[in-house]
Design a binder for this molecule. Structure first.
Ligand SMILES: Nc1ncnc2c1ncn2[C@@H]1O[C@H](COP(=O)(O)OP(=O)(O)OP(=O)(O)O)[C@@H](O)[C@H]1O
Ligand SMILES: Cc1cn([C@H]2C[C@H](O)[C@@H](COP(=O)(O)O)O2)c(=O)[nH]c1=O
Length: 210
């Protein structure tokens, strides 16, 4: 428990590349801190020194699909052990840019990883643990691709994928959100940032702060 008296929560943000998660994550962290809640902001792949090294490989080195899936879960195992679970146990909330739903969407949906292999890895790495709340930012891949291109940054291995890859990733997120509608909320991300922020804050208030 933290000093607000409520159990520490694990909140994750998901969506295709360019969905607009970053500034909305910052707004949620600000909202929580304004309530006197201690929060750790993190990301996947990454979030620990080893995880950040794995991120460099994952975003830039060509590799077999199953290697990619196992490295995502290896980074996640470390993230859980070294960062997420200790923070929650100490009463600090954790807000992460991506978690296991991203492996479902990108590796199973986007790349075609066998779902049974994904299930086995998920059961191994976190059998009884899921985020308290997951916000899935949904928008057409063409809109997201234009946003990514406008940043002017060199695209990574995922951002260089074709439109049909992101269509599959999007559908996989929506399917998983339908299957786990108690935990996952889909947010229309094809709107002005202020509108999205208002909806995200309302969901966090209702689901985690009420
Ligand atoms: N609602 C919005 N409308 C228009 N542009 C937006 C919106 N939200 C974010 N952007 C812009 O789109 C770009 C990508 O946003 P952002 O980095 O937040 O996305 P992201 O989901 O974190 O992407 P990634 O997963 O690729 O890191 C940025 O240039 C940002 O300013
Ligand atoms: C956790 C996770 C991530 N990915 C992909 C999704 C993104 O393209 C990159 C991370 O980049 P971001 O700008 O920080 O969003 O990694 C993935 O394919 N599978 C995963 O499990």
């Amino acid at each position: 428990m933290n000093h607000t008296g409520s159990r520490a929560r694990f909140i994750t943000f998901e969506g295709i590349d360019g969905a607009g998660k970053s500034s909305q994550i910052a707004a949620v962290v600000e909202l929580l801190r304004a309530r006197g809640i201690e929060v750790e902001q993190t990301r996947e792949p990454g979030g620990t020194p080893l995880g950040e090294r794995l991120r460099e490989l994952l975003l830039h080195e060509a590799m077999h699909l199953e290697t990619e899936a196992m490295l995502m879960f290896a980074a996640r195992r470390e993230h859980l052990a070294a960062r997420i679970l200790p923070a929650l146990a100490a009463g600090r909330w954790v807000v992460s840019d991506r978690f296991t739903d991203a492996t479902y969407a990108y590796q199973v949906g986007g790349r075609g990883l066998d779902e049974a292999r994904f299930d086995a890895l998920e059961r191994w790495v976190h059998p009884d643990f899921q985020p308290d709340l997951t916000l899935v930012f949904d928008l057409p891949p063409a809109v997201a691709a234009a946003r990514v291109a406008n940043t002017g940054a060199a695209p990574d291995r995922f951002e260089r994928e074709q439109r049909d890859f992101f269509e599959r990733v999007r559908e996989a997120y929506l399917l998983r959100a339908r299957r786990d509608s108690g935990r996952m909320r889909v947010v229309d991300a094809n709107r002005p940032p202020e509108e999205i922020r208002a909806e995200v804050e309302a969901i966090v208030n209702e689901r985690c702060l009420a």
